[in-house]
Design a protein around this ligand. Structure first.
Ligand code: UD2
Length: 299
């Protein structure tokens, strides 16, 4: 991607800032972020930074001016936070996405949307392809599911170029810890400080962990593909249990942190793993970083 005008919402956050890093040298990049979970230092030099909320009309209008492509990464990303604050999650994740789609319609900009595997809820089987029925099990999943449908509908109704990327469990450098963060950044921090590694339930639940650099490449492919108006699973196709993850982190970190088991998380999904055939065939997406390799770079 070169010579384009690009808006990245949530571009000061974990995934958005990696997308910004990949695009800023060759494009005119604007980052819009309210810094509720992202930080100013994540925004690369050379990108224009606007501090603000995607739900603020004037701010969004200004940030989206002349955009060719909008990567919409701004969101509340924690399933647990959505269970604690469902209304706030809907406001940010669903109403915010609708506002971004309207801005894109004004500018005739392409939208690449950060959708989520959470829309599938507990799948009928793994690996999960895009024809899997959606059955979200959390407010977060419901909001991402509706937003994912809006994104497709804006293609069908208004002819907008839109793509939804259904991220599985994204991890990598820059993912910050804290209660509402992803499990890998939580385990990493626990391993580094020597605190117990806290597995929810028996740890038999599984996820498909995809490195943020693979996710960035999927976004760049989505920005130029002709295969728009549809959704793609973005994962690796490898299923890992949380217990195995905890043991792998323990061994790579070479830590004294014990593994402890707590209550299972209410509404937690038991199995998740992507079938990425559609992304492979239509986008040319190929996940390159194995979990073990990706984890090693974090220690
Ligand atoms: C993640 C993403 C979400 C969405 C989804 C898609 C984050 C924060 N959330 O939700 O945005 O895209 O993936 O699949 O990245 N766990 C523990 N101990 C802990 C924390 C978590 O055992 O201290 C378990 C948790 O019970 C769950 C698994 O780890 O079984 C993953 O939890 P998560 O919050 O990292 O991610 P998930 O799948 O809810």
């Amino acid at each position: 991607l070169t010579g384009r005008t690009i808006l990245i919402t949530g571009g000061a956050g974990f995934i958005g800032s990696h997308i910004a890093d990949a695009l800023t040298t060759d494009n005119d990049v604007t980052v819009l972020d309210d810094l509720s979970s992202g930080s100013r230092e994540n925004v690369p030099d050379g990108a224009t930074f606007i501090e603000g909320d995607v739900r603020d009309d004037d701010t969004l209008k200004n940030a989206a001016a002349d955009a060719d492509v909008i990567f919409h990464e701004a969101a509340i990303v924690s399933v647990q936070q959505s269970i604690d604050q469902p209304q706030r999650c809907q406001d940010v994740n669903l109403t915010g996405t609708l506002a971004v789609l309207e801005a894109a319609r004004r500018e005739d900009a392409r939208v690449v949307f950060a959708s989520s595997a959470a829309i599938y809820g507990e799948p009928t089987g793994v690996p999960i392809d895009e024809a899997e029925p959606t059955a979200p099990a959390s407010p977060y999943g419901i909001d991402k599911c509706a937003a994912d449908q809006y994104v497709r509908t804006y293609h069908d109704l208004y002819g907008l170029d839109t793509v939804a990327l259904r991220y599985f469990n994204v991890y990598g450098p820059g993912q910050t810890g804290g209660d509402y963060s992803g499990v890998i950044s939580i385990f990493r921090e626990q391993a580094l400080t020597g605190d117990p590694i806290t597995v929810d339930g028996d740890g038999s639940q599984t996820r498909d962990f995809v490195h943020v650099e693979d996710v960035v490449r999927a976004n760049l492919l989505a920005a130029t593909t002709d295969a728009v108006g549809t959704a793609y699973n973005i994962g690796t196709g490898t299923e890992t249990s949380i217990q195995t993850l905890a043991e792998t982190v323990q061994s790579i970190a070479d830590t004294d942190s014990p593994i402890v088991h707590g209550e299972p998380r209410p509404g937690d999904i038991d199995r998740s793993c992507a079938d990425v055939t559609r992304a492979r065939e239509q986008l040319g997406y190929e996940p390159k970083i194995s979990l073990e390799e990706g984890l090693r770079t974090l220690f």
